[in-house]
Design a protein around this ligand. Structure first.
Ligand SMILES: Cc1ncc(COP(=O)(O)O)c(CN[C@@H](CCC(=O)O)C(=O)O)c1O
Length: 426
């Protein structure tokens, strides 16, 4: 009997050396330089708390919602859950693509005006999960480009899938990093970018908070068309956009349906980070080089390795898209936007160079010449506040720190007071 790779301690027998199986490890994992960013931030937070047991830590690190789910939405999930306890209300496995009425509601609320149809909307258990499944669908032989800095899942999932080479000390060989820094308004210089099969693009961008303009996204779509690339457009924060010149979906750009799929989520809209509900749009017009519809393979992935989003979560999503629920969603987003505005102004008044925070729930603060993890540690020590180091999002994030606006208002105000005390003469 093969025992798994654990040290086996048998009471009766003497301690044996470590026993292993004969299964080779996926070599791609060894390319990763550290654990995933947010568990590492959490580890350092726990370490600091252990060393300072009386400290009241405030978390402006991971972008996790904090406010209660609004009544229309939570009542719908409550009723769905109660219904499962009755013969007429019970339901088992649902469509892997999502309940039709939810697909229709997402389309009606967010995409009908740009030509998308319910059969192109695939409901899931969240956008991060879909990114991993999209990588599985694309396979290891595609070439990848991503904004830098960016949501770490794009790079880490590409490494795990075997789409990259080794880490070269700064970043991974085989990935095209499209640097997004202040000098180019956080939009990549596409004239210098190599052709890749897949382009991960997030707007509003996590972590910089920059929302791409219509002309920038028009340039991106043209770039993808010219190169025959597929854009994975991550719109997880689209509802935070106030600037009318910044599209909330890539499909506001004519022709995008031929080169882009879009992933989005109820996480930051309805406080569903723990409920788990998202979707990915795969247009009928999106085709591989051989003309095969991408939608067909995405459907095959979702029906093969996913058994559908929770029926309770879907009931909540449907309620969120009702007129009443959507008004409550807007109020939630406005609450976090106000947090962002308070934080942004605080850092500006303290003399920092600050980006983001207007069309996104993230504030991107520059610490010229400083190492991000050092600044992270300094803020933790001086303010007992958890942030996220910019270098955790890519090499171009070095010298920056991300501050999240997800928090109770009293915690945001306490954080502001602590920052003012600690950095009054920045
Ligand atoms: C751009 C982007 N896409 C997708 C997600 C996740 O969407 P779900 O539908 O909830 O799966 C996040 C959350 N990013 C947060 C949380 C950390 C993480 O997801 O690893 C953040 O960046 O702090 C995100 O920033």
């Amino acid at each position: 009997r093969l025992v798994s790779h654990v040290s086996v301690r048998c009471v009766a027998a003497p301690e044996k050396s470590e026993v292993t199986t004969r299964v080779e490890r996926n070599k791609n994992f060894a390319k990763l330089q550290a654990g995933y960013l947010f568990p590492e931030v959490a580890r350092r937070r726990r370490e600091h708390q252990a060393a300072n047991p009386d400290a009241k830590l405030l978390s402006l690190g991971i972008g996790d919602t904090t406010e209660p789910i609004p009544p229309t939405i939570v009542n719908a999930m409550r009723d769905a859950a109660i219904g499962l306890g009755t013969r007429e209300g019970y339901s088992g496995y649902g469509s892997e693509q999502g309940q039709s009425k939810l697909r229709e509601a997402i389309t009606e609320r967010l995409y009908a005006h740009v030509g998308r149809k319910p059969n192109e909307i695939f409901v899931s258990d969240g956008s991060k999960c879909d990114i991993g499944r999209l990588q599985l669908m694309f396979g290891a032989d595609v070439s990848i480009a991503t904004q830098d800095p960016a949501y770490p899942v794009y790079v880490d999932s590409s490494v795990i899938m075997g789409m990259t080479g080794e880490h070269n000390g700064e970043d991974f060989d085989g990935i095209t990093y499209m640097v997004c820094r202040p000098e180019t308004q956080f939009f990549p210089d596409l004239s210098k970018a190599e052709r890749t099969d897949i382009i991960f693009f997030c707007s509003p961008n996590n972590p910089t908070g920059a929302a791409a303009t219509r002309s920038q996204l028009t340039e991106l779509v043209a770039f993808a068309k010219k190169n025959g690339s597929i854009i994975v457009f991550d719109a997880a924060y689209a509802l935070f956009i106030s600037d009318p010149d910044c599209p909330r979906t890539i499909y506001e750009i004519p022709g995008a349906e031929e080169v882009a799929l879009e992933t989005c989520s109820f996480s930051k809209y309805a406080g569903f980070t723990g409920v788990r509900l998202g979707w990915t749009v795969v247009p009928e017009q999106l085709r591989y080089a051989d003309g095969f519809q991408v939608m067909n393979d995405w459907n095959r992935v979702m029906s093969t390795i996913f058994n559908g989003a929770s029926n309770i979560a879907q009931a909540g999503g449907l309620a969120a898209l009702s007129d009443k629920g959507w008004a409550e969603v807007q109020d939630l987003v406005a609450f976090y936007k106000e947090n962002a505005s308070i934080l942004k102004k605080t850092f500006q008044d303290l003399g920092f160079t600050v980006y983001g925070g207007s069309d996104a729930p993230y504030i991107w603060i520059e610490f010229p010449g400083r190492k991000s993890w050092d600044v992270f540690g300094e803020i933790l020590e001086r303010c007992n506040i958890v942030t996220t180091p910019g270098s955790g999002f890519g090499a171009a994030g070095e010298g920056f720190v991300r501050v999240s606006a997800f928090g109770h208002r009293e915690d945001i105000e306490e954080a502001v007071s602590r920052f003012k005390t600690a950095y009054k003469s920045a």
